[in-house]
Ligand binder design. Sequence first.
Ligand code: C2E
Ligand code: MG
Ligand code: MG
Ligand code: MG
Length: 284
Amino acid sequence: EAKAAGRNRAVVFHEHMNELLQLRHTVEAELREALRRDDQLSVAFQPLFDANGKVIGAEALARWTHPKYGPISPGQFIPVAESSGLIEDLGDAVLRRSMEMGGRWPERTIAVNISPAQLRNPKFQSRIFELLALTGMRPCDLELEITEGILLQDETVTTETLRTFRAAGIKIALDDFGTGYSSLNYLKRYAVDRIKIDRSFISQLGEDQTSSAIVQAMVTLAHAMGIEVTAEGVETETQLGVLRDMGCNTIQGYLLSAPVSPEKAAELFAEGHARTRTRRRRVA
Ligand code: C2E
Ligand code: MG
Ligand code: MG
Ligand code: MG
């Protein structure tokens, strides 16, 4: 009887695996089609603020709205894009649109997520410089977000590329900081301009003393090394207050703004302030 139950579980497991594999295959085929047609993919921009609530730029985030299945989250399609190699085309489309935005808005930072496959491609360097020339974007307004995973591989081409970018004034940010392995080591070995503290550390701020101590230590250490700090996933006034007291440079999160359309981002760029902050100031 126990054996039969085990077999049944195995059968169920197999069916589930097949479903997943099929879905994955479908997502890949559909994504390939979306890239070919170029009318389902778009870029959302999540505004970045200084500690006083002033808009300083935005992070570009890939969006995919399928005509039949509706919006598909990056958490679902980015991994498929990465494992299938489609991330190179997808990433290039995101870069192109983001840097067009950057060209129209000098002095606003445009941050773009870069996958390991993109950075490893020997043509990536020249593509970035080509896009800077095409869009008229200033190198110092462009911030490339990479994850520790890229640095972990420690390939010469990656190291050289990052060095070339920094020499040209392009900023490098270490994304999801704190979630990887031996993060502090990388700060010493690779010169980066910014760390983005992962939202898993931010969500407990003000509630749990350990999280506050960890975030404070990250900020202190980064600043001692001349590195700026962004807090991602800031959702409450309490978190914002704590981060401001800690001297955190840049704030990103639903409290001040969710990702918005390019048009809405442009409006915010023109206004300069988050609506919530402006409203609070008027009341006070
Ligand atoms: P990420 O780079 O860490 O981007 C931040 C994610 O956190 C975004 O999710 C954003 O919508 C979400 N977020 C921002 N503020 C808050 C908040 O206050 N609370 C919560 N709960 N979430 C918040 P999104 O857009 O779903 O993107 C997920 C991830 O997908 C990104 O994480 C990034 O790693 C990847 N991704 C997105 N676009 C691209 C792209 O163009 N290229 C590459 N390579 N990866 C991308
Ligand atoms: Mg990012
Ligand atoms: Mg991030
Ligand atoms: Mg994150």
